[in-house]
Design a protein around this ligand. Structure first.
Ligand code: NDP
Length: 448
């Protein structure tokens, strides 16, 4: 038994922190976690989970329209934002409770307050109490970035978007990444007029260009306004509560809600890290080695605060690898290759592996296969929305190095396809697999 109060003290009870806590606790370590907001972190409280529930809710707008062609007589559809909002928040609270129970079941001590690092093995809690620990894990995640423009206090971020009092009529969204495109779809389906403002002419950088082009076409056809090469110079609130966006690169825009989604910055401000010698990057991320160790040997970091791949499943794997290595005697590192990802836009995008451009740069000669089709359900519904599937294949080895999809259920389909890419299966393996008919996913094995 060491002289420290705890073997492990974790700052932040989000995806990475909770996983590390329960695994280390399971190995018999004396673990404590400090969380200043709610147990569950960004993913559970104000990210993936409530967002996905809104995406489900939003989809009914189209499903109810399409139902008529399938013989259903749907009376006039009406949407009540407050019902969905409150149900989603209740589900978030339920999950928060489960996360808390998990920590309790693993004998993890939870401090519901802020902790700052005051030494290589010491922290100070907001209550004034000082605690010591053999190892400290920083898993505080990231926060929405905001530009310094006049009136920025009138904008909201993804923190506030789940709590809106009423559904706005006009929404302006800054950014062209995950959150911007997901909420453009959500608000549009709920009947708001959406304008998405992007600083360049490329949205969703990092995704395959053909797939992104398809999303832009579908979004614009649905009625989402997209302003490219544009930015905000100021936000002015009017007496009636509406916001006038003073723009650069396009005309000024009036809005009821302005949502900024221009990336997320590591949450390292005023955590005391620099004072004890923890080095940060220019963006404020904690620099870690392959075992998540910072420049102070007893202090580690996992998840978004390291600003590498800002995805929940990655943070979870990092928390697990950290705990296995440091407390389980089972050295483990995360394999960052072939991490699948999805944008839950309308329709969603999903990808794994290399884009065509990345593959050309890395491998030289590549083959691509595409299937551009209208899903059977859309055909009967009279919905003129086409899906696009694309395989990127290394010409030399025949390995499928990238799969890129846009269309209904693309993320559900991608998880299985990601196994194939991770396993380095060849295009001939895809060809040899019998199609599962009639599905959309069968296109994956029918591209010639
Ligand atoms: P993203 O990194 O996805 O996108 C940021 C967008 O904002 C880009 O279009 C970027 O443009 C633009 N941008 C960056 N800086 C500025 C600036 N100073 N002024 C104007 N525009 C700017 O960020 P999000 O906020 O959408 O999401 C944050 C992270 O959260 C994501 O990276 C992702 O890892 C995670 N996330 C994942 C989801 C999922 O898995 N489905 C869902 C939501 C979030 P440019 O391309 O020119 O840099």
């Amino acid at each position: 038994m060491s002289d420290y109060d705890f073997d492990l003290f974790i700052v932040g009870a989000g995806s990475g922190g909770v996983r590390a806590a329960r695994i280390a606790g399971g190995y018999g370590a004396r673990v404590a976690v400090a969380e200043e907001h709610r147990v569950g972190g960004t993913c559970v409280i104000r990210g993936c989970v409530p967002k996905k529930l809104l995406v489900y809710g939003a989809h009914f707008a189209e499903d109810l329209d399409d139902a008529a062609m399938f013989g259903w007589d749907v009376p006039e559809k009406r949407f009540d934002w407050t019902v969905l909002r409150d149900n989603v928040m209740a589900e978030v609270s339920r999950l928060e409770g489960l996360y808390g129970e998990t920590l309790g079941n693993h004998d993890v001590t939870v401090f519901k307050e802020r902790a700052v690092v005051t030494g290589p093995n010491q922290l100070r809690l907001a209550s004034g109490r000082t605690v010591t620990a053999g190892k400290i894990l920083i898993a505080v995640g990231a926060r929405a970035a905001l530009p310094e423009i006049p009136g920025i206090e009138h904008a909201i971020t993804s923190n506030e978007v789940f709590h809106l009092e009423r559904m706005p009529r006009r929404v302006v969204i800054a950014g062209g990444g995950y959150i911007a495109n997901e909420f453009a779809g959500i608000f549009h389906q709920f009947g708001a007029h959406v304008t998405l403002v992007n600083r360049s002419d490329t949205i969703l950088r990092g995704y395959d260009e053909q797939i992104v082009d398809r999303l832009v076409k579908i979004s614009v056809a649905k009625g989402i306004d997209m302003r490219f090469n544009s930015g905000f110079s100021a936000l002015e609130e009017r007496d009636d509560g509406t916001i006038l966006c003073r723009m650069k690169g396009c005309d000024d825009i009036e809005a009821d809600v302005v949502l900024f989604a221009i990336g997320r910055l590591p949450n390292t401000d005023e955590l005391g890290l620099e004072n004890v010698g923890v080095e940060l990057t220019e963006r404020g991320a904690i620099k870690v080695d392959a075992d998540y160790r910072s420049t102070v040997p007893s202090i580690f970091a996992v998840g978004d605060v390291t600003d590498r791949i800002q995805l929940t499943p990655v943070a979870i794997r990092e928390g697990q690898a950290f705990a296995d290595t440091q407390f389980g005697g089972k050295p483990a590192r995360v394999d960052y290759g072939c991490v699948p990802s999805s944008v839950f836009s309308h329709p969603p995008i999903a990808a794994v592996g290399l884009t065509e451009g990345q593959a050309k740069n890395k491998l030289g000669v590549v083959r691509t296969y595409t299937s551009d089709f209208r899903p059977m359900k859309n055909v009967l519904a009279g919905r003129n929305e086409r899906s696009l599937y694309k395989l990127v294949v290394d010409d030399g080895s025949d390995e499928v190095v990238g799969v890129h999809l846009i269309g209904p259920d693309a993320p559900e389909i991608m998880q299985a396809a990601a196994v194939a890419v991770k396993a380095r299966l060849k295009k001939s393996d895809f060809d040899a697999t019998v199609a599962l008919h009639p599905t959309m996913a069968e296109e994956l094995v029918l591209m010639r």
